[in-house]
Design a protein around this ligand. Sequence first.
Ligand code: F0G
Length: 359
Amino acid sequence: MAGILQRYKAVYGLPDDYPIVSLNEGNTPLIPCEHISAHIEKTTGVTGLKIFAKYDGANPTGSFKDRGMTYAVSQAKHDGASHIVCASTGNTSAAAAAYGARCGMQVLVLIPKGKVALGKLSQAMMYGATIVEIDGNFDEALAVVRKLGNTGKITVVNSINPYRILGQQSAAFEICDELKTSPDYHFIPVGNAGNITAYWAGYNRYQQLGTIKNLPKMMGYEAEGSAAIVRGEVIAEPETFATAIRIGNPASWQQAEAARDESDGTIDSVTDDEIGQAYTRLAATEGIFCEPASAASVAGLIKACQNKQVNNNSLITCTLTGNGLKDPDSAIRLSDEQGIAKKLSLPANEQAIMDAIGL
Ligand code: F0G
């Protein structure tokens, strides 16, 4: 299927000669999660939830960033840019590098040294970006990127670029198109806070167009060690094993608070342990392998149900922002630590294997 700019050309009001740079992103699966629903019913008493995971790890570079990047890079091309730049915890850099490569632009990425998951780093390298590993965190990298942008010689493709947010609205469009209504609650991880901003704008746009009647409550979740919005203060040294959302000064802070307040939703935090439990539960019971930061949405849903913030029989969507293969180190570590993986060392002998698995 065509990418999001082609598919939603009318919604975006794009002219026919707009130079679309696309990898046929979007159109990602909306997967029912009956096992998570049953787990919630059993452990919290909240019943009858219809839960869907919007699995944006199925995008061409493995994360939701492709939705915004197709628009930001197309616009950069439209404007005659030769260079693009971003700060990133990994996924934005992978997407920028891919879309930049596709249209022959020079791509510069600034990443926090030692804090980018292996898969993401390999992507930026393969797509041929120039990679600057800084001795600092994402927030420090973004501050430098803003200054690089101010030179007027290089286009910033972080979510402070409004085309990124516009493109990312398409996930909300797809959800409503498929469900033929809006969800009651939308759960989403929060890092730099661009995506929660985009979803809220997307749902509002669809309401203005008359495609949906009601708006969901926006339920955003930061990692506890990086929960700047929840704590109401910049966190100089954010921490979490979910490195994608290891951010202490979100660029779209105010927009995220507006989405929370206007939708009567919440922005809360989940611990690394809660994220890790949701991460392995999604894989081992639903067959959905997302990256750790993505699981903050489902960890948030479970927490909200424990706190009785969710009504019985609600229609729920959870964004799973990135593909589990991005971060093989976390996958191997947590599946091992939590006893999810059953690794046996046995002789190459069928009887020994049958005996070991009790058949
Ligand atoms: N999930 C994943 C997998 C991410 O990569 C990010 C952000 C988020 C959630 C949070 O989204 O920033 O819009 O609130 N990653 C950025 C990056 C920061 O550089 O790849 P957000």
